[in-house]
Design a protein around this ligand. Structure first.
Ligand SMILES: Nc1ncnc2c1ncn2[C@@H]1O[C@H](COP(=O)(O)OP(=O)(O)OP(=O)(O)O)[C@@H](O)[C@H]1O
Length: 226
């Protein structure tokens, strides 16, 4: 697993301070980040691959400073957005998966093999030529995750990946996130998704207020909201 470190990280958007004094070392296989709306979870998640750079402090992935080595970090860390429509860029499912490897310099035959294996893995077999915008919400999210995984990142960060999905599709995405070999960091309001996770971090008003296993972090979060 990668070592993701937050050292004295604070962040403000303009005058608005949204994270303060975050110190974390994330090394577990499956990590959840929970907390109420606006507590700073997405900001924290986005920092892991340099989508947001901290106003002060440092975020590193395996020693690489995300503020300085964003490109290298993004090769290690893939990001799955809440809304797959933000991520799907090509007209067809197969083209969208292949697009992720456009800079890989892999031979065409290897790209084709990887695309096929992603299609099979994400229950999109037979959909290579299907228009991506016509997929169901769940299938789109599977495609978005596939387009991240095809690059073989070491870490996947997913920001509320099941929020827009119905129960069946949410389960499909949850199954994938809980079964991949990669290190997975998920921001979620769906607490059931965290069953079996190794660690859950609770963020409240821009600070870490609890850090433990799902069995103790989830009740701590619920108590916070009571
Ligand atoms: N790009 C931005 N510019 C200005 N303010 C922002 C920006 N992104 C987020 N914020 C503000 O920062 C605060 C934290 O937002 P963030 O999205 O990190 O919270 P969150 O815990 O993920 O919330 P939610 O659960 O609602 O998605 C909020 O008050 C939000 O309005």
């Amino acid at each position: 697993m990668s070592v993701i470190r937050f050292d004295g990280v604070s962040h403000a958007y303009g005058e608005r301070r949204v994270l303060s004094g975050i110190d974390l070392e994330l090394t577990e296989h499956r990590i959840g980040i929970i907390g109420s709306n606006g507590s700073g979870k997405s900001t924290l998640a986005r920092m892991i691959n340099g989508l947001v750079t901290p106003s002060s402090g440092k975020v590193t992935v395996d020693g690489l400073d995300v503020s300085r080595k964003g490109g290298e970090v993004r090769r290690k860390v893939g990001f799955v957005f809440t809304d797959p429509d933000n991520q799907i860029v090509m007209p067809t499912v197969g083209e969208d998966l292949a697009f992720s490897l456009r800079r890989s310099k892999l031979p065409r035959s290897v790209v084709a093999e990887r695309v096929q294996s992603m299609l099979e893995r994400f229950r999109l077999d037979g959909h290579a030529d299907h228009p991506a915008h016509l997929l169901s919400g769940g299938q789109k999210q599977m495609l978005a995750i596939g387009a991240v995984l095809i690059r073989e990142p070491e870490v996947i960060v997913a920001d509320e990946p099941t929020t827009l999905l119905d129960l069946r599709n949410a389960r499909m995405v949850t199954d994938v996130l809980t079964s991949v070999d990669q290190q997975v960091i998920v921001v979620t309001h769906q607490l059931a998704l965290l069953n079996g996770f190794d660690r859950v971090v609770v963020i409240h008003e821009g600070a870490v207020v609890h850090d433990g296993t799902p069995t103790d972090a989830v009740p701590a979060y619920e108590k916070l909201l009571a």
